[in-house]
Design a protein. Structure first.
Length: 213
C-alpha cells in the first residue's frame, strides 16, 4: 500500500529545497485536470524531491514515484522512498505488480513519476532509456509530460553523500499524447519508438540531446 505524503512532509521538503531551487520554466504546461506520467532525467536523489516540491505546490495532488525495490531494503532509504510515495519495482520479475499499481493509481486520477534511465547517471549525461513508462502510458491511456532537470548532478552526484549548495533548473516540456498507439503496449518497436521520442524531448529540455535509438 502506498501511503500519501502528509502536509508536514510536503512543508518540510519545500523548506529543505529552498537553497537548491532555481529557475522553473514551462509551469503552464502542467495539466491540472487529468492524470499523466511525468518522465525526467535522473542525475541525483535531489531529482525526486525537487519534482515533488514543484508539482505538489502547483497541483496540490500526490505523486507516486516508481523505484527499484532494492531501495526499500534498508532503513533510511526505505523511509525516504515511502515518504516520497514510491511504488517498488521488482525488475527481476519484470515489474508486473508495480505496473498494476501504477495503472490503478492513474485510473483513479493519480500522477506517476518515472525516470526512464532506471538509475542515476554516473556522468550527468543522458543514458539509454528503458521502455516501461511507454508501456504504462499506453496501458493506462494517459499522456506523458517530459521534464529536464539541469544542475542536480553538480549538487549531489551518485557517489556523494552531502549536497553542494547550488541552484538547479527545472524545464517542463509540453504534454505528449500517444493516442494513436493505444492497444500496442506489447509491441517492442512501438515502445522503443515512443521512448526515443520522449527522451529526445528531455534531451532538448536539458540542452544535451539524446543520442540513442
Amino acid at each position: 500500500m502506498v501511503r500519501p505524503m502528509g502536509w508536514m512532509g510536503r512543508k518540510f521538503f519545500k523548506l529543505l529545497m529552498i537553497p537548491f531551487m532555481g529557475k522553473v520554466t514551462g509551469i503552464e504546461n502542467i495539466p491540472k485536470d487529468k492524470s499523466f506520467i511525468l518522465v525526467a532525467n535522473h542525475d541525483s536523489y535531489m531529482d525526486h524531491i525537487l519534482l515533488g516540491v514543484i508539482f505538489f505546490n502547483h497541483l496540490g495532488r500526490n505523486l507516486h514515484f516508481l523505484a527499484k525495490k532494492e531501495l526499500f531494503d534498508t532503513g533510511l532509504k526505505r523511509i525516504f522512498h515511502e515518504w516520497l510515495d514510491a511504488i517498488p519495482v521488482d525488475r527481476q520479475a519484470g515489474g508486473k505488480d508495480a505496473l498494476k499499481l501504477a495503472i490503478k493509481s492513474l485510473k483513479e486520477g493519480g500522477l506517476i513519476v518515472i525516470h526512464p534511465e532506471g538509475t542515476r547517471s554516473m556522468d550527468g549525461k543522458l543514458q539509454r532509456a528503458k521502455t516501461g513508462f511507454v508501456r504504462l502510458a499506453l496501458a493506462a491511456q494517459v499522456p506523458v509530460l517530459p521534464v529536464g532537470l539541469v544542475g542536480t548532478f553538480e549538487i549531489l552526484p551518485k557517489w556523494k553523500k552531502i549536497p553542494k549548495f547550488r541552484k538547479a533548473t527545472i524545464n517542463i516540456g509540453k504534454l505528449m499524447h500517444f493516442d494513436e498507439y493505444y492497444g500496442k503496449e506489447n509491441d517492442p518497436s512501438v515502445l522503443r519508438l515512443l521512448t526515443t521520442k520522449a527522451m529526445k524531448e528531455i534531451g532538448k529540455l536539458t540542452g544535451e540531446g539524446y543520442n540513442f535509438d
